[in-house]
Each structure stands twice: as structure tokens, then as C-alpha cells.
Design a protein around this ligand. Structure first.
Ligand code: NAI
Length: 461
């Protein structure tokens, strides 16, 4: 039986490395039929849209896609094709293996790491605003559902692959609420997988440990932004982005892609290295349960590289087509017919239980624009009292003002000591500020849960 897979050749070197992939799949008799779909520059030129609906339909219909790199035009308001595909199809897990590749220049040996990055949330919602002409803000959203799902995906994958340890990477010492939630969810899920070791590390220490002793880690699971950075760092441990594969996994759909870009400097010159796309294809075949074919492609590729047959980027002299010929010449036939014995890891995002927690509005942080010194905001409005002001997170009122640069953007915390408040009380604060000619630019409501504050304190509070 043949499986249909959507193939997006992409831009720049994309078509050259995709052609190498097609030749190698044909030589290995991989039971995959490609359905070509377009995305990237060609799609923008034809349809004014980097990812046409037909392409998304093809991916959804087939459930599996492999993608070459696409060029994101600078300016012109075009969204990145990759981000559009990930978000539209809710591909919540980005899976990046970092394994030592024979012949790829690297300072390290015997690396076999698997990085699992949450792919949707965090600062990648791209929810950004200028609050004042001088102060910009990006909203970091971490959800319980997203964090539980990525943690479960990591542990299920560990179990499936026989890996021993999953390490959560975070900055919960500073972002106690957002990364704190990520870590809390990780620990909750870890408790269900007693056969797999679970621990955590702060992201800065993680980076230092990775470059000094990478073999100490087995699997990493990270929120989106740290995952983006650390997965590239891990690619650097094993020879760089030119040999880094990746998979974007959703509930019913997965898209595999090389991590590198469209390399316009060498496009059309028969110089591109197809290794990263081929390794992504190996990851794809494993996802599809076609392990024997995955081994055939991977073994031939590794043997070719180990023999010193390489493209120019890895210090060799072979063209894309010569390198592809060499891989095909090193290919052994599939030893026995494939039987698909297992299913890819599938995780359903949990629906949070109705906990009936005592969620109570107790005040608001009102951000105001005020040039020079502390803003003369009213100390009391109705039942709400001004209890704290901070400048870029550092407390400047009450008490002595620290010796910091004061930016024209202040957080004024109004809370009630007499019990719950309403949003009408908060609106009264905004009106009172306007009456005094003080411009407010942002409001965050302050809630408690079972009397515990669900908001952070200021530095120095
Ligand atoms: P790039 O990865 O395309 O190129 C960086 C350097 O690495 C270049 O010197 C290039 O020749 C070399 N290189 C990359 N892949 C190679 C390969 N397979 N074989 C041999 N050499 C290779 O990064 P750059 O120049 O920053 O981006 C170019 C375009 O690619 C941009 O439009 C960018 O938006 C897009 N891009 C797309 C990605 C994707 O679709 N997954 C990821 C990263 C960038």
C-alpha cells in the first residue's frame, strides 16, 4: 500500500534538495507517493498568499507533509510560511533530534539528544503593543492546556523511544508565574511516568551545560522561545543547521522540514546539501511506522558521509546530484516488508477540570504614562487604595526611591483591603486618572485564587 504525502519543494535550494529526496525514495522503493503543493514565494506570486488554502487542504487530507525551505520576503507584511502552517494546523510539538553525524564537523562526539519545543504559545503569539511611544510590550502566554500537552508528548515519546530521562528547561526563578505554570504542569505529568526520570534546569545553566557536557542530557522539553534558541544550539553541537532535521507534530497532522533556510546564495548551482531534508524524511518515515525504509535511507546517508563523500558545506567537493548518486550507490535493499506495528504519539489537549476555585478580583495594575518622576495619582479611589508603584518592575513607591532610571511608564497597583472589588471599581480608577490628566495605557486585573495572589510582586516589594 502506498501512503500519500504532501511535498512542498519550497524556494531557493528547496527544489534541488527535494529532487534528491524523490530520487532516494524511488531508489529505496519507499511506499510513498508525493502530492506536490506550493508554499512560499511561488505561492505569493500566484495567489498573493504564502500558504494557499489548497496546500493546507492537501496536508490535512494526507496527514503528513514534508517541506523544503521557503523564503520569507522582508517587509511587505508577508507572514512566515512556517509559522502560518504551524499555527493553522496547531502543530504544537516541534521535535528536533541532535545526533552526531559522521563526517559533519563538530567539537563533540556521541551526542544523541532529542529536543521537544512547545510550538504555539509563549511570546510567539506575537501579541505586541507599544504602550507609550517609548515603551513596547510582548505578551508571554503560557497555558495549562498547552503545557500539559507538551509535557505528555515528551514523556510518551520518551517511552516509545526507550529514552531514560526528560529534562524541563525554564526560567521559573524569574518568571515565576508563566514558566512556573510550565514547570508545574511538567511535574504533574512526570508523576504519571515513574519509569522515566524527570528533572529540570534553568535555561541559562542548561546552555552552559550543553556546550560543556552535552552528553549528560537525554531529552529536553521547553517553552517556545527557549526551545527555538536551545534547539539551534543543539544543532550546533552536531554540525550546524545544514544537517539539522525537524518535525512539527499536531494531533492528526505532522509536517517535517529541514531547519535551514532557502540559501539563495547557492540556489540553482547544484551545491546544496540535502542531508537535513533527508534526515527529516527519516523522521517522517519513523512517524509513519515505516521503520525499515527509514533505516535504509538513514544507513545509506550515514555510510556516504562516513566514507568522506560530502558536499562543499561539509568540506567535501560533491555536487548535490553526485552526493545523491553516492547515497543511492550505498543503499542496501529493505530486508523484509514493512509492517506498521505502532502509531505515532498522539496527545489530546486536556480540558481543565472545573475546579470551582475561589477566583476573586481584588484590584488592578494600571499602567500610566508620566514624564519625569512619580505620577501624582490619587491615593484612594472608592474602595481601592494605591499600594505600590513600580518602574519597569522595580518598586518606587512606597518607601525610598531606588537610584534607578525612571522611564515615563509607571505601574500603579490599586488593591482593596475590604474584600472583593468589581470591574466598575477598576473603571472608577481609570476615570479618576483621566480627571487628573494622567494618561493610562494598560490595565491588568489582579485576582486571587483561594486567597493566594495570582499575580507577581514587584522587585523590592
Ligand atoms: P540559510 O539557512 O538559507 O543560509 C545560511 C547559510 O547556510 C548560507 O550560506 C547557505 O548557503 C548555507 N546553507 C543553508 N542550507 C544549506 C544547505 N542545505 N546546503 C548547503 N549550504 C546551506 O539562512 P538565511 O540566509 O538566513 O535565510 C535565507 C532565506 O531562508 C530567508 O528568506 C529566510 O526567511 C528563509 N528561511 C527559511 C526557513 C524555513 O523555511 N525552514 C528557515 C530559515 C530561514
Amino acid at each position: 500500500m502506498k501512503h500519500t504525502v504532501t511535498l512542498i519543494k519550497g524556494d531557493g535550494i528547496g527544489p534541488e534538495i527535494a529532487d534528491a529526496l524523490i530520487r532516494i525514495f524511488n531508489a529505496a522503493n519507499v511506499p510513498v507517493e508525493f502530492e506536490e503543493a506550493i508554499a512560499g514565494l511561488e505561492a505569493i506570486e500566484k495567489f498573493g498568499n504564502g500558504v494557499p488554502p489548497e496546500t493546507l487542504e492537501s496536508i490535512k487530507r494526507n496527514g503528513v507533509a514534508i517541506k523544503g525551505p521557503t523564503t520569507t520576503p522582508v517587509g511587505g507584511g508577508h507572514k512566515s510560511v512556517n509559522v502560518t502552517i504551524r499555527k493553522t494546523l496547531e502543530l504544537y510539538a516541534n521535535v528536533r533530534p541532535a545526533r552526531t553525524i559522521p563526517g559533519a564537523p563538530s567539537r563533540y562526539e556521541n551526542i544523541d539528544l532529542l529536543v521537544i519545543r512547545e510550538n504555539i504559545e509563549d511570546t510567539y503569539g506575537g501579541i505586541e503593543h507599544f504602550q507609550t511611544p517609548n515603551v513596547a510590550q510582548c505578551l508571554k502566554l503560557i497555558t495549562r492546556q498547552g503545557s500539559l500537552a507538551i509535557a505528555r508528548y515528551a514523556f510518551e515519546t520518551a517511552r516509545k523511544l526507550g529514552r531514560k530521562r526528560v529534562t524541563a528547561v525554564h526560567k521559573a526563578n524569574i518568571m515565576k508565574i508563566t514558566d512556573g505554570l510550565f514547570l508545574e504542569c511538567f511535574r504533574q505529568v512526570a508523576a504519571e511516568y515513574t519509569d522515566i526520570e524527570a528533572d529540570d534546569v534553568i535555561v541559562d545553566n542548561c546552555c552552559m551545560q550543553l556546550v560543556s557536557k552535552p552528553e549528560q542530557f537525554d531529552m529536553l522539553v521547553l517553552p517556545n522561545l527557549f526551545g527555538d534558541i536551545v534547539s539551534d544550539l543543539c544543532a550546533g553541537l552536531v554540525g550546524g543547521l545544514g544537517v539539522a532535521p525537524g518535525g512539527n507534530i499536531g494531533r492528526d497532522v505532522a509536517v517535517f522540514e529541514a531547519v535551514h533556510g532557502s540559501a539563495p546564495d547557492i540556489a540553482g548551482k547544484n551545491l546544496a546539501n540535502p542531508t537535513a531534508l533527508l534526515l527529516s524524511a527519516v523522521q517522517m518515515l519513523q512517524y509513519m511506522g515505516l521503520y525499515n525504509y527509514a533505516d535504509v535511507v538513514s544507513d545509506a546517508l550515514m555510510k556516504t558521509l562516513a566514507d568522506g563523500q560530502r558536499t562543499r558545506d561539509l568540506g567535501g567537493s560533491l555536487s548535490t546530484t553526485e552526493f545523491t548518486d553516492a547515497i543511492i550507490a550505498n543503499m542496501h535493499p529493505v530486508r523484509h516488508e514493512e509492517t506498521v506495528s505502532d502509531q505515532p504519539v498522539r496527545v489530546t489537549h486536556p480540558v481543565p477540570a472545573d475546579t470551582k476555585e475561589d477566583w476573586t478580583l481584588v484590584g488592578a495594575d494600571v499602567f500610566v504614562e508620566w514624564p519625569g518622576g512619580l505620577p501624582p495619582v490619587p491615593p484612594t479611589v472608592g474602595s481601592l487604595q494605591l499600594t505600590m508603584m513600580s518602574n519597569r518592575g522595580t518598586k518606587v513607591y512606597p518607601g525610598p526611591q531606588p537610584d534607578i532610571m525612571i522611564v515615563d511608564h509607571h505601574r500603579c497597583r490599586y488593591t482593596s483591603s475590604t474584600g472583593p472589588v468589581t470591574t466598575a471599581d477598576v473603571l472608577s480608577v481609570l476615570h479618576a486618572l483621566e480627571e487628573k490628566g494622567i494618561r493610562w495605557c494598560h490595565v491588568e486585573l489582579l485576582n486571587t485564587c483561594n486567597s493566594e495572589p495570582r499575580y507577581s510582586k514587584a522587585q523590592g516589594e
